[in-house]
Design a protein. Structure first.
Ligand code: AMP
Length: 399
């Protein structure tokens, strides 16, 4: 039983094909720089021995429809993808309407389009992927899986902002939260590792990738999360500022002569680690800091300090924490960041085993809890695509 997962960005289209009987990846790949003269097409399909073999091609791919045709043709050449149980689409913003995986029809497409003002960068690209896939494979049930949906359980005191109610009621201004499929996936894996039912487990999950967010999970349900109306709020990220005084925006408009689009670009694309030290890749920042570079050292300290503050805050929100979970590129691979976060939290019962923490997860779950620590600390590799595939299949099977 096969499920195809599509993640359609503004100039890219990623895919993974899963065998849902065992969660195995049958094929995967991506098309980048769609619409440019030199698009890059990467396709991984099974070779003679069954192991995935990667092919890369540089060729002009005009639009998302053409990219999808290539993907489907490459799958067909490998004898895959003909009998799909479903196609799952990652959709960034579901607004208040979409709080669960949803079988796609014309009304759902219109509803996703209604959320475009909340995610002007992401939802149009997600919609393009959906419309192309429906045109190409109208025979296959297609499901939208929303990044925001896991956070549907936030209580009102966590999701409302203290601004006039009319902006919430008329314009949907509230905290939605993102990375929901990742937080949901690692929460399940963490509870399994702890030998507990997720329904009785309290976790703090830190998804630290290029984008980064942290979630407080009480009895398996998201009760607070650091990203807000958009993915800009919260932690320091590769190029996003995370939390700041909103008056910084008006101040920049008044004293630096920026209009609101320019401020948007500064805060989303030129801030975070990149704004502080010029590099947004945390590996490079760590290397520079280790070599004594002052700007990189400050960037790293600010990055870890913000995470530590949130872990402290969410410990207070939850009262009892069963485990702190690190995931995504940085969370899974940076012992330095994990150390900088947790070593400052011994007073709250957190602690690391330095030897285990020095290991890379490399696809494995690592229990990095230190001796005597009251709260467990885990490194759990995330797999957003597999979570989307599982949610897609469940949605199709429910009808
Ligand atoms: P993601 O968005 O989950 O792919 O994560 C991307 C981020 O993970 C980038 O900032 C990378 O620098 C970071 N990352 C990946 N590997 C490492 C590593 N070994 N050490 C530190 N950061 C890493």
């Amino acid at each position: 039983m096969e499920v195809l997962v599509l993640n359609s960005g503004s100039s890219s289209l990623k895919h993974q094909l899963f065998d849902m009987t065992d969660g195995r990846v049958l094929a995967s790949g991506l098309v980048e720089r769609i619409g440019e003269a030199e698009s890059r097409v990467v396709s991984r399909t099974p070779g003679a021995d069954g192991a995935l073999v990667e092919h890369t091609e540089t060729v002009a791919v005009a639009d998302h429809g053409a990219a999808l045709e290539r993907i489907v043709a490459a799958l067909a050449d490998a004898g895959l993808g003909r009998d799909l149980a479903g196609i799952g689409h990652r959709v960034v913003h579901g607004g208040e309407r979409f709080v669960a995986p949803t079988l796609i029809d014309a009304d759902v497409i219109a509803g996703i389009r209604d959320q475009v003002p909340l995610a002007p960068l992401h939802n149009p690209a997600n919609l393009a992927g959906i419309e192309d896939a429906l045109a190409l494979r109208p025979d296959v049930p297609q499901v939208a899986v929303f990044d925001t949906a896991f956070h549907r359980t936030l209580p009102e005191h966590a999701y409302r902002y203290a601004i006039p109610t009319t902006y919430y009621e008329e314009h949907g201004v509230r905290r939605y939260g993102f990375h929901g499929t990742s937080h949901a996936f690692v929460a399940k894996r963490a509870a399994d590792h702890l030998g507990r039912d997720l329904d009785t487990t309290n976790l703090i999950t830190a998804h630290l990738g290029n984008g980064a967010s942290i979630t407080a999970i009480e009895a398996g349900r998201s009760v607070d999360t650091s990203m807000g109306l958009t993915p800009l709020e919260g932690l320091v990220m590769g190029t996003r500022s995370g939390d700041l005084d909103p008056a910084v925006i008006f101040h920049l408009e008044r004293v630096a002569g920026l209009d609101s689009d320019a401020v948007d670009t500064v805060l989303n694309k030129q801030s975070g680690l990149k704004g502080l030290c010029g590099d947004n890749d945390l590996r490079t920042v760590e290397e520079r800091a280790a070599a004594g570079d002052a700007e990189a050292t400050l960037a790293l300290e600010l990055y870890a300090y913000r995470i530590r503050k949130y872990v402290g805050a969410y410990t207070a929100v939850l009262g009892r924490v069963d485990a702190l979970v690190f995931t995504a590129g940085v969370g899974e691979n940076s012992p330095v960041v994990r150390g900088m976060v947790v070593d400052g939290l011994t007073g709250l019962g957190y602690g690391l085993d330095a030897t285990v923490n020095d290991q890379r997860a490399e696809g494995r779950l690592l229990d990095v809890t230190g001796a005597g620590a009251a709260v467990r600390t885990l490194v759990v590799p995330t797999d957003e695509e597999l979570e989307i595939a599982e949610q897609t299949l469940a949605c199709v099977q429910q009808g």
